[in-house]
Design a protein around this ligand. Sequence first.
Ligand SMILES: [Zn+2]
Length: 46
Amino acid sequence: MVSTTQRDGTTWYRCEECEMLFDSESDAETHEENCDGEDDTPSYLQ
Ligand SMILES: [Zn+2]
């Protein structure tokens, strides 16, 4: 699921599957629907 985190006074939305950060909640939710990070290499590259 998507979680929020505060960084530098800004709210970020984090995919808990691969820990990628997004500045838009909708972007994070869209990503997570397609995320397969739970069983493979985390996608830290952006
Ligand atoms: Zn993800």
